[in-house]
Design a protein around this ligand. Structure first.
Ligand SMILES: [Zn+2]
Length: 286
């Protein structure tokens, strides 16, 4: 039976792939979850595009974003986004950072992103805007220093989504599934707001509507329905993670006899530790 850590790594790999498959994440961006049994750590993949993440790609980090054991593995440069939010927000257990093309116009113009339809209420009543120049002047715009991560976490405050000027957005959730729900539907809300602004004047949900609708959508029933939908879409396209880190196989690969027969011979199916050892020890830019 998989351990809580193995379950968490598999669900995080699924979350990475779902958010990418739904068009929010592309080759860049990342998703993390707080460690299931040690709140002083979190789980995050090595530097790899989210759509490709396997459970074996996922490593443990301290809340200072130092790897617990990932020697020789290339890591995301913007890990402090995750660690600093976990430090600042004990209620947050999952974080996604992305550069969604639907959300970016709001990050470029400063136009306020607001919930404009019922599902969009999961983004909260507001999404604060973080301008890195306020604290740091001109930078390379990546969030890589602890003080930059803390500044972003401060801008997030008690909200669930923060827009990052000319860069992207960072989303928080109390669980991985809530995070995925909020990430996908805030991206959808941004797209719908953009389209609505083309044909008319927009107005957000009233504060009362937003406060009632968001929590309603985040109940187990709607979230379970969405999770089943998204995971089924992944399965249909053959994109579910290859295996749980504990060894139980899942998804299309489980049905493929060749995947067992030739696992030892294929360079693409080498055990994770061997694959990781071939990765040069350097930091990725995003
Ligand atoms: Zn970024």
């Amino acid at each position: 039976m998989p351990s809580p850590l193995e379950e968490a790594r598999y669900e995080l790999a699924l979350a990475n792939r779902i958010i990418a498959h739904e068009g929010v994440l592309d080759g860049f961006g990342h998703v993390s979850v707080r460690h299931p049994t040690d709140p002083g750590r979190y789980l995050l993949a090595r530097s790899r595009s989210p759509e490709l993440i396997e459970p074996a790609d996922i490593f443990e980090f301290t809340l200072d974003s130092e790897p617990v054991s990932a020697a020789g593995v290339t890591l995301y440069g913007e890990r402090v986004i995750h660690g600093c939010i976990y430090q600042a927000r004990p209620d947050v257990n999952a974080v996604c950072h992305h550069h969604s093309p639907s959300v970016l116009p709001f990050c470029v113009t400063g136009v306020e992103l607001v919930p404009v339809f019922h599902m969009g209420a999961v983004l909260g009543t507001a999404a604060p805007f973080w301008d890195s120049r306020d604290d740091f002047g001109d930078t390379n715009m990546l969030v890589v220093k602890p003080e930059e991560g803390r500044s972003l976490a401060k801008a997030l405050g008690s909200h669930w989504m923060v827009l990052m000027r000319r860069h992207g957005a960072t989303i928080a959730g109390t669980t991985v599934r809530e995070l995925v729900f909020r990430t996908v539907y805030s991206h959808a809300n941004a797209e719908i707001q953009l389209r609505s602004m083309l044909i008319g004047k927009i107005a957000p949900l009233s504060r009362g509507e937003a406060e009632r609708t968001g929590p309603y959508q985040l109940q187990p029933k709607p979230m379970g329905r969405a999770w089943e939908y998204w995971t089924t879409r992944l399965k249909k396209s053959g994109e579910v993670p290859r295996a749980r880190s504990g060894g139980a196989r899942a998804g299309r690969a489980a049905k493929t006899r060749a995947s067992k027969t030739h696992a030892a011979q294929s360079p693409n199916k080498l055990p994770a530790r061997k694959k990781a050892a071939r990765i040069p020890a350097k930091r990725s830019l995003s």
